[in-house]
Design a protein around this ligand. Structure first.
Ligand code: SF4
Length: 354
């Protein structure tokens, strides 16, 4: 078993079987969950026989950090990681004055092929395991040193709800008091909208939910997000109502503003209608043009008119401008395929992390 898949109970049970006293399991948990250290060699208070036993019982290998790229303007760092099977995926660290957010990937590539998304262009390779998701947390933390990660957003590569079990294990570990102990308010899963999983999530997790909506008219949304054909807006809204009734939680709606695509007053009106009966705030994210994508960023007057339409109808709709050249808008615009490409063309992205 990979070490980051192991719950405190599994660790405790495994050490008990090996004849080690109970407090040793607590020490291992403290290293992993409190000190956020996952290298056995650094666990200085564990005796050598225990380390040898733990090495035998668990796999400790994390993905390799093959490259990091930090934006000069705001210190945002993108990590390019390589898995055991030589696939690359990305994690982003966003430094703010009072918090530090990481944006994690849940899959390598994505099968949903949203037309504005760089990850969608890659196609799908495979799901990440919970170990690989939590490894992103540890690798980012080791780069940050003493500065603790305070927020985690699942907005990197992939559709988290198509890798539901692993994402759920990872989020639950992040927010469990016996795990990393982050507040539920600080862990957000962003989905393009898989209705049955949204409902499952309302029962299975207290983490927050964000929806990559990007259009509130079916024909526009289908052109941007093919998943809308399978789950049109009415179906998605039903699921969100069930979610909200069950959890009482406010939703975050992500809406990328693309010139002449989804920014008309008719689009704003449709969005207001979609949000009727839902408690939500809308993050408006001016799209950043990128080679290979046919869309353009909405012009400033277009953005402001859209925002004003919402705010005059009492819908909070902050405009989230890009942070440097990094960090993704919606659930994943990460697409570095090779180290060289990462260096040449850092993906232009938008920030929506709460
Ligand atoms: S926006 Fe999200 S769901 Fe759509 S293709 Fe990109 S990663 Fe997948």
């Amino acid at each position: 078993m990979d070490i980051l898949e192991a719950t405190p109970e599994i660790l405790s049970e495994t050490l008990k079987k090996g004849g080690f006293p109970r407090f040793r399991a607590q020490q291992v948990c403290e290293w992993i969950f409190t000190k956020r250290v996952v290298e056995l060699d650094k666990m200085s208070n564990l005796p050598a026989p225990l380390k040898a036993y733990l090495r035998e019982q668990f796999t400790w290998q994390l993905p390799e950090v093959v490259h990091t790229l930090t934006s000069d303007d705001d210190g945002t760092t993108k990590l390019l990681l390589r898995s055991k099977d030589q696939r690359v995926f990305e994690t982003v660290i966003m430094r703010y004055p009072k918090r530090t957010t990481i944006c994690v990937s849940s899959e390598i590539g994505c099968k949903l092929a949203c037309s504005f998304c760089q990850t969608g262009k890659l196609g799908f390779f495979r799901h990440l395991s919970a170990h690989e998701i939590l490894a992103q947390f540890h690798l980012a933390q080791s780069i940050l040193g003493d500065r603790p990660i305070t927020h985690v957003v699942f907005m990197g590569m992939g559709e988290p709800f198509l890798n539901y079990d692993a994402v759920l294990r990872a989020t639950n570990r992040l927010i469990s008091p016996e795990g990393y102990g982050l507040s539920s308010r600080r862990v957000t899963v962003s989905t393009s909208g898989i209705p049955e999983r949204i409902i499952d999530f309302s029962r299975d997790s207290t983490a927050r939910l964000a929806i990559s909506l990007h259009a509130a008219r079916d024909e526009v949304r289908t052109s941007l997000m093919p998943i809308n054909r399978k789950y049109p807006l009415a179906t998605l809204k039903n699921a969100l109502q069930v979610y909200q009734t069950a959890t009482g939680q406010k939703l975050t709606i992500e809406y990328i503003l693309i010139q002449n695509v989804n920014t008309s007053i008719a689009d704003a009106k449709a969005l207001v209608q979609f949000l009727q009966g839902l408690k939500a705030k809308v993050n408006l994210i001016p799209f950043n043009a990128h080679p290979g994508l046919a869309y353009e960023r909405a012009e400033e007057p277009e953005i402001l008119a859209f925002q004003q339409y919402l705010s005059t109808r009492s819908i909070p709709a902050p405009v989230r401008y890009s942070r440097g050249l990094t960090v993704s808008g919606g659930c994943g615009q990460l697409a570095a395929k090779t180290e060289a490409q990462l260096e040449e063309t850092p993906a232009r992205k938008n920030v929506v992390a709460s």
